[in-house]
Design a protein around this ligand. Structure first.
Ligand code: FE2
Length: 137
């Protein structure tokens, strides 16, 4: 069983965003799988880099849609997004250090995975009505 499962309760009613969120969970799962490899130390860093670049791509796109929808919670979302990116940058720096990869993945799985789920459930869900009112589905 995958560590992170996307389910309907995490749907934000915008198909492209749901797709992005699922992809983020997929990357988190591949990170977890990489720790099972013999070469975990070298396998982990590229996946963290992928997580970072995909997260940036997703947040940019999500913020663009929120702007289009005139979403009033945009500043709070931007701040939350920036804080998460900073956290990922920190994990990336730590994972670059020798023998740190597995430790970083454990932290990312617990803090990062939980953050994502909570962020989607609490903050992202609040933009649903604004998006739908703007015809974004
Ligand atoms: Fe968000």
């Amino acid at each position: 069983m995958a560590l992170f499962e996307w389910s309907e309760e995490l749907s934000v009613g915008v198909s492209e965003m749901d797709l992005h969120h699922r992809k983020l969970f997929d990357i988190m799962n591949s990170l977890h799988e990489a720790t099972q490899n013999d070469n975990a130390d070298t396998a982990v860093l590229p996946i963290i880099e992928k997580m970072l670049s995909y997260t940036k791509y997703h947040f940019d796109k999500e913020e663009q849609l929120m702007t289009t929808a005139n979403y009033t919670g945009l500043p709070a979302q931007k701040a939350a997004h920036q804080a998460f990116i900073a956290k990922l940058e920190e994990f990336k720096a730590q994972a670059s250090m020798e023998k740190m990869a597995i430790f970083v993945v454990t932290k990312l799985n617990t803090t990062g995975g939980e953050w994502l789920k909570q962020h989607i459930k609490v903050m992202d869900k609040q933009y649903v009505k604004f998006m739908h009112d703007a015809g974004i589905n």
